[in-house]
Design a protein around this ligand. Structure first.
Ligand code: GAR
Length: 208
């Protein structure tokens, strides 16, 4: 059984997709042992509570400085001891010590086709704004392992989504979620839980 902690900051629709897949049996061998948010008002926390999953709030704002928060956050994760940490719309930079503590055991969903539209300043709706500003015709989403770089770890899965004329950032965000994110992230978790992927030379390989 793969024990996972899901980190969230906002609406939690990706978390919901994971929970729905689990309920439908489309994710197997997985237990969500906790949900952690930096935002006490995140709707994602209600989604966790509705399933009786422990919902933990840890905000950098309530610590004296970022280093103190980083230590506390890493300690909490170490105490929970998950097999996998899932960043499902988590908008806080993961402390380096946590990445060292959980090597290749943290995955992230990003709402673009990495390496496009990622890195510092590219998160949430901003990604889709930049996509529309640039006028690209195809975007998508990426699930990847987290390393010390920003959106730079080995890519697990990607899915393309067409940009349509008249799209607003909100409309495009919704389409990317529906057609890519809510499918890719649960599938990646199921693949990891059932030993279908492995890392070799910093590349993710499928073993089926
Ligand atoms: C999702 O689109 C996710 O890909 C994005 O935040 C949104 C969270 O939505 N994550 C990032 O931008 C990380 N760089 P949700 O809370 O409804 O799942």
């Amino acid at each position: 059984m793969l024990r996972i902690v899901v980190c969230v900051s906002g609406g939690g629709t990706n978390l919901q997709a994971i929970l729905d897949y689990m309920e439908q049996g489309a994710i197997t061998n997985v237990e969500v042992i906790a949900v952690i948010s930096n935002n006490a008002n995140a709707k994602a926390l209600d989604r966790a509570r509705a399933k009786e999953i422990p919902a933990i709030v840890m905000s950098p704002k309530t610590y004296s400085d970022r280093d103190t928060y980083n230590v506390a956050f890493t300690e909490k994760m170490t105490e929970l001891a998950p097999d996998l940490v899932v960043l499902a719309g988590f908008l806080v930079k993961i402390p380096e010590q946590m990445i060292e503590r959980f090597p290749n055991r943290i995955v992230n969903i990003h709402p673009s086709l990495i390496p496009s539209f990622c890195g510092v300043g590219y998160y949430g709706l901003k990604v889709h704004q930049k996509v529309l500003e640039r006028g690209v015709k195809v975007t998508g989403a990426t699930v990847h392992f987290v390393n010390e770089g920003m959106d730079e770890g080995p890519i697990i899965a990607q899915k393309a989504v067409v940009v349509e004329e008249g799209d607003t950032p909100e409309i495009l965000q919704q389409r990317v979620m529906e057609q890519a994110e809510w499918i890719l992230l649960p599938q990646a978790i199921d693949d990891i839980a059932n030993g279908r992927i492995r890392l070799e030379n910093n590349k993710v390989l499928r073993c089926v």
